[in-house]
Design a protein around this ligand. Structure first.
Ligand code: SF4
Length: 493
């Protein structure tokens, strides 16, 4: 499907996208196929409550379109959609309770609408969250979901339609699109971000604008992004929020390292992170500089294995690409001479600056192209994360604004054309190793940019536009449909 460049232009890019939208807490294995559908159906049930009709619902039906239907089984889309109807939201989901609910539904076909939201909150920013009262328990079986993999709706390939009835009376019907990174939009809804920073003082719409606005204001890119974030939150909230996101990333690695055996699904892929960690600890107990690459690889593998398990994940900016930024940040905190032995204050500042610079670049991809593998291939997911990580790393290495832009450009330039072809529809092969490879590219891009003076031939804007056009030209087989590439050449056991 073509991406409407006119549509992007029409939006005029007069807003910024918050760091908290680009890095949101969710669950694996996919931001577009798991987190997005859960948010969509949860928004639907919230609307039923707001309209005062939830108690009248007797049955619901879900239609999945395009890529959601094609690879939904491997991405947990079907159960995620049900969990959303039951009141679970990605940010606060009790993973164990949610899995128990699915087991019960498979056994007895019951679906308590909003039934698990009693101690929880439903979607949207904190200030607008509404406590829910449980709705009726309806019957919901496999037949209440229709898969339409060959039908691609006009706006985006990841379409989901939800309908609720009271007997024969249609109470509500909504179509949503999961447009990457856990972002959802409803049919005819403008924009495409959940909570844009519309009063941002620096509404940069391009890489060139980002650099020139920052230079004119005498700010680094991280400082400029902070000014934009301040239009929605206090500095304390922003700092605490970013440190909180980093903590979830760290917990995600910890959880992954304790796992043994095989990843879920028929591929029988072994989890490697835990074993690698034990071996690395014995080979390199002091975390010497000789082993930095092994540790970077380990962090990327750990995060993406946890994602494959359906564990708690920070989208960065998607789940499939969630390991790159934690891995590169790990490098920054543990191997950069100016930061490696620093105290807590300096390390926290490093984390904040890293996330802010990375999200400034991520916002450009989100606004000018796409971060959805189903729309532009893996270059939009892993390529974007690599570019964001390169920007973050260059920022904390003390790079100029031009060097940050250059690093982000280099990282994407060498991810152009990357297809999305997950074997068996599972976010495992090539996704897990690909994150480690892209983290290495980000570090190298940053090192190359730091050797230069910021002047370079290909601009970040040109490379983002090239990524968009390449994605538009790419065959649908390579856009998260598992109909091409490795997905058809690697035999599923
Ligand atoms: S190949 Fe890339 S875009 Fe596709 S599922 Fe894997 S990580 Fe995501």
């Amino acid at each position: 499907m073509d991406i409407s460049h006119e549509q992007i232009e029409a939006e005029k890019l007069e807003y910024d996208i918050s760091v908290f939208d680009l890095f949101s807490i969710g669950v694996g294995p996919s931001s577009s196929h798991t987190v997005g559908p859960m948010r969509a159906t949860n928004r639907f049930v919230t609307e039923l409550i707001e309209q005062g009709v939830l108690d009248r619902v007797t049955n619901v039906h879900i239609d999945l379109y395009g890529s959601l239907a094609a690879t939904g089984a491997g991405h947990g889309t079907m159960s995620a959609a049900l969990k959303g109807l039951a009141g679970f939201v990605p940010e606060t989901i009790d993973i164990e309770a949610a899995d128990q609910f699915i087991t019960k539904n498979e056994a007895d076909g019951t679906l308590p609408l909003a039934g698990y939201a009693a101690q929880d909150f439903v979607g949207g920013p904190p200030e607008s969250k509404t406590r829910l009262i449980s709705g009726p328990t309806v019957n919901y079986r496999e037949a209440d979901m229709t898969l339409r993999p060959l039908t691609v709706l006009e706006r985006h390939t990841n379409g989901i339609k939800v309908a609720a009835w009271a007997g024969e009376e249609l109470l509500a019907e909504r179509t949503y699109f999961s447009i990457g990174g856990g972002f959802i939009v409803e049919e005819n809804e403008e924009g495409g971000n959940n909570s844009g920073l519309y009063d941002a003082p620096y509404p940069f719409g391009s890489g060139a604008e980002l650099v020139s606005m920052a230079n004119e204001a005498g700010l680094s890119i991280a400082q400029l992004k902070m000014q934009n974030e301040l239009s929605a939150r206090t500095e304390e909230q922003i700092r605490e929020g970013i440190i909180g996101i980093r903590s979830v990333m760290t917990m995600c690695v910890g959880s992954s390292l304790s796992r043994v055996g095989y990843l879920p699904g028929a591929l029988k892929v072994r989890c490697r992170a835990g074993e690698w960690h034990r071996n690395l600890l014995s080979e390199d107990p002091n975390k010497s500089l000789d082993y930095w690459m092994d540790w970077v690889n380990l962090i990327a593998l750990a995060v993406n294995e946890e994602n494959a398990f359906g564990g708690r994940i920070v989208t960065a900016p998607t789940n499939g690409a969630a390991g790159i930024i934690p891995a590169v940040l790990h490098y920054a905190l543990n191997y950069l001479p100016g930061i490696r032995h620093c105290g807590r204050e300096k390390r926290e500042q490093t984390i904040v600056d890293f996330f802010l610079a990375a999200s400034a670049v991520g916002a450009l991809y989100k606004k000018r192209a796409s971060i959805s593998g189903a729309e532009v291939g893996c270059q939009g997911e892993v390529g974007t994360a690599s570019s964001m990580a390169a920007a973050g790393l260059t920022q904390v290495m003390g790079g100029t604004n031009e060097q940050i832009e250059n690093a982000a450009e280099i990282a994407m330039e060498h991810n152009l054309g990357l297809t999305c072809d997950p074997v068996g529809g599972l976010v495992q092969i090539p996704c897990i190793e690909r994150n480690a490879m892209a983290a290495a590219k980000a570090i190298n891009a940053s090192k190359m940019a730091m050797r230069g003076d910021g002047e370079h031939r290909v601009s970040l804007d040109q490379v983002i536009e090239t990524m968009r056009q390449t994605g538009a030209d790419m065959s649908e087989r390579y856009k998260e449909t598992s109909m091409g590439g490795l997905a058809v050449n690697v035999v599923e056991c």
